[in-house]
Ligand binder design. Structure first.
Ligand code: 5AD
Ligand code: SF4
Length: 486
C-alpha cells in the first residue's frame, strides 16, 4: 500500500476549503442569529482522542463552537473497531439521529475512525443510515474539510475511503487540545505486527513514523506554550523510526524529548514486549521528567497462546523485561492488557495467565474478553472458546487483578508523593484528582490551613505533594501538603 506524505500544496487546498467553509458557516450563523455548534463523540483509544482534537481544530477554524448537547449543528462519530461491542454501540447511537435529523435538516452528521475502514460498515451506513453526510477513515482525517465541502455542495453522502496510508505533519494542522496541561503527540501511525486477533493493522494501515525533527519542534513548542504533560502515542512506539531509514529509534526520541525543559511528565504508549529495548528502561530510570510507568501488554501468560496470537515473545521473555523494569525503576508501575478466551485457550493456558499476573503483580490491567473480528486470522480459527467458559475465566481474572491493584494502592498509604493535578474529581467539588509519577490515580483534598485560594480548575497541570491517607480498590485518597513552584 503506498504511503504518501501530505505535501504543502495539498495542505494549501485544504486550508482554502477551511476558509470557504468558514464563510459558509458564518452566513448560516447570521441567518439563524446564533453561532453554529459541533459535537464529537470519540470512542476507543488515545489515538482516536488525538484525531478528534484535530477534527475539533478544523471545525473551530471554520467558526464552529464546541457543544455538549446532542442537538449540535455538526456531529462527528469517531469510531473504534477493536471489539464487537464498539460496533454495536455506534449503530445504536447513530440510530437515534434519524429523528433528530428529521427535525433539523441542516444538521451535518459525519462518521469516521477505524470502523470506517471496514467496507461492510460503510455499506451498512449507506443502506440503513442514509441521513449520514460524510464518511472517512483515519488515514483521510486531514481531508475532512474537502469532504465536508463536497457533501454540502452535492447534498449527498461524501465518502473517502481509499487505500493510501497518508502521513500529515501535525504542525501543519489546527489542534484544539482537550486539556490545557496535557498534549497528545502521535509519533507514529499504523501497525505492522498483525497480532492474529487484532483489526488495527487493517484499520490504521502500515507503520509510518513522523519525522524526528518535526516531533522535537512540536515538543519544544508545546513546552513553550506551558504544557506540563505529553503523551507520545503509537500502536507500537518501540518500532518508531524503523521506516525512516535515518538511524533514529524510539530510545533516541524519548531521550531527546526528556532533554527539553519544561515538562513534568513525559508518558508513552503502547510498548510491544518484543520491541522494548533495555535502553528505554535505562532512559526511564535516568530522566526525572519521564513517567515511571510502563504499559506493557502481555495478552496471555501461555506460550502456546502467545504463539497463536503471533506476539513473537515467550512468557519467559516477558517476565525478564518486567523484572528488569522493577529492578531499574524500583518505584515504577507496570500496567498491561490481557485477553481472555482467545481461540484454543485451555484451562491450563488460562492458569498460566493467572500465574503470570501473580508473578508480575501488575499495578493495573485492562482485561478484555476475546472478540472475534472478521478479517483477522484468529476469526478463522476453529476452536473458539464458549461464552460460558470465557465469562467464568474473566471473572476469576478480575478478582485476582482487583486484589493486586488494591494491594498496590495499600502500599502507597503513608507516603508523600508528587502529584500532577488534573482538576476537579467527578465525585465532589472539593475533591481534586491527579496522578502520581507512576500513574496511580489520587483523589485529594486541600486543607484550609494551607491558605490556597486558587480555584481547582486553575490548579490543573500544577505539581503538588500529597500525603496518601487511604487506599480504595481503584484509587487512593490523600491530603495536599504543598504545591511545587514551577
Ligand atoms: N478481542 C479482545 N481484545 C482485543 N484487543 C485487541 N483486539 C482484541 C480482540 N479482538 C485488546 C488487546 C490490546 C487492547 C488495546 O485491546 O489487549 O492490547
Ligand atoms: Fe494490534 Fe498487535 Fe498492532 Fe497492538 S501490536 S495494534 S495488538 S496488531
Amino acid at each position: 500500500m503506498p504511503i504518501n506524505k501530505v505535501t504543502d500544496a495539498e495542505f494549501k487546498v485544504i486550508d482554502a476549503a477551511v476558509d470557504e467553509l468558514r464563510s459558509y458557516f458564518s452566513n448560516k450563523a447570521d441567518e439563524l442569529g446564533r453561532p453554529l455548534t459541533y459535537l464529537i463523540k470519540t470512542y476507543g483509544c488515545q489515538l482516536n482522542e488525538s484525531d478528534s482534537e484535530k477534527l475539533s481544530g478544523y471545525l473551530e477554524e471554520m467558526g464552529l463552537i464546541e457543544s455538549n448537547t446532542d442537538k449540535a449543528d455538526v456531529i462527528f462519530f469517531n469510531t473504534c473497531s477493536i471489539r464487537e461491542n464498539a460496533d454495536d454501540r455506534l449503530f445504536g447511537n447513530l440510530g437515534v439521529y434519524k429523528s433528530v435529523k428529521r427535525e433539523n435538516k441542516d444538521m451535518i452528521i459525519a462518521v469516521c475512525g477505524c470502523m470506517m475502514k471496514v467496507e461492510k460498515n460503510v455499506e451498512k451506513i449507506k443502506k440503513s443510515y442514509p441521513f449520514v453526510d460524510l464518511v472517512f477513515d483515519p488515514q483521510q482525517l486531514h481531508l475532512m474539510p474537502l469532504l465536508l465541502q463536497k457533501s454540502l455542495s452535492s447534498k449527498k453522502l461524501a465518502v473517502d475511503i481509499d487505500n493510501i496510508d497518508y502521513i500529515a505533519d501535525d504542525n501543519r494542522m489546527p489542534i484544539a487540545r482537550k486539556r490545557k496541561f496535557r498534549a497528545l503527540v502521535p509519533i507514529m501511525y499504523g501497525c505492522n505486527n498483525f497480532c492474529t486477533y487484532c483489526i488495527v493493522p487493517f484499520s490504521r494501515g502500515r507503520e509510518r513514523s513522523r519525522d524526528f525533527d518535526e516531533i522535537i519542534n512540536q515538543m519544544k513548542q508545546l513546552a513553550s506554550e506551558g504544557y506540563k504533560e505529553v503523551m507520545l502515542l503509537g500502536q507500537n512506539v518501540n518500532s518508531y523510526g524503523k521506516d525512516l531509514g535515518e538511524n533514529k529509534s524510539f530510545p533516541d526520541l524519548l531521550e531527546a524529548c526528556a532533554q527539553i525543559e519544561g515538562f513534568s511528565r513525559i508518558r508513552f504508549m503502547t510498548s510491544h514486549p518484543k520491541d522494548l529495548s533495555d535502553r528505554v528502561i535505562d532512559i526511564m530510570a535516568k530522566y526525572d521528567s519521564i513517567e515511571t510507568h510502563l504499559h506493557l501488554p502481555c495478552q496471555s501468560g501461555s506460550d502456546a497462546v502467545l504463539k497463536r496470537m503471533n506476539r513473537h515473545y515467550t512468557r519467559e521473555q516477558f517476565l525478564r523485561t518486567a523484572k528488569l523494569f522493577r529492578e531499574k525503576v524500583p518505584d515504577g508501575a507496570i500496567s498491561t492488557d490481557i485477553i481472555v478466551g482467545f481461540p484454543g485457550e485451555t484451562d491450563r493456558d488460562f492458569e498460566d495467565t493467572l500465574s503470570l499476573v501473580r508473578e508480575c503483580r501488575f499495578d493495573s490491567a485492562f482485561t478484555f474478553q476475546y472478540s472475534k473480528r472478521p478479517g483477522t486470522k484468529a476469526a478463522e480459527f476453529e476452536d473458539q472458546v464458549s461464552q460460558d467458559v470465557v465469562t467464568e475465566r474473566f471473572s476469576r481474572l478480575l478478582d485476582l487483578q482487583n486484589e493486586l491493584v488494591f494491594e498496590s494502592n495499600k502500599n502507597l498509604v503513608g507516603k508523600t508523593m508528587e502529584i500532577l493535578i488534573e482538576g476537579e474529581s467527578n465525585t465532589a467539588p472539593d475533591i481534586l484528582t491527579g496522578r502520581t509519577k507512576c500513574n496511580h490515580l489520587v483523589n485529594f483534598t486541600i486543607p484550609s490551613e494551607l491558605g490556597i485560594s486558587i480555584k481547582p480548575n486553575e490548579l490543573e497541570g500544577k505539581l503538588g505533594m500529597v500525603k496518601i491517607t487511604a487506599a480504595k480498590p481503584y484509587s487512593v485518597e490523600g491530603v495536599l501538603e504543598c504545591l511545587i513552584n514551577d
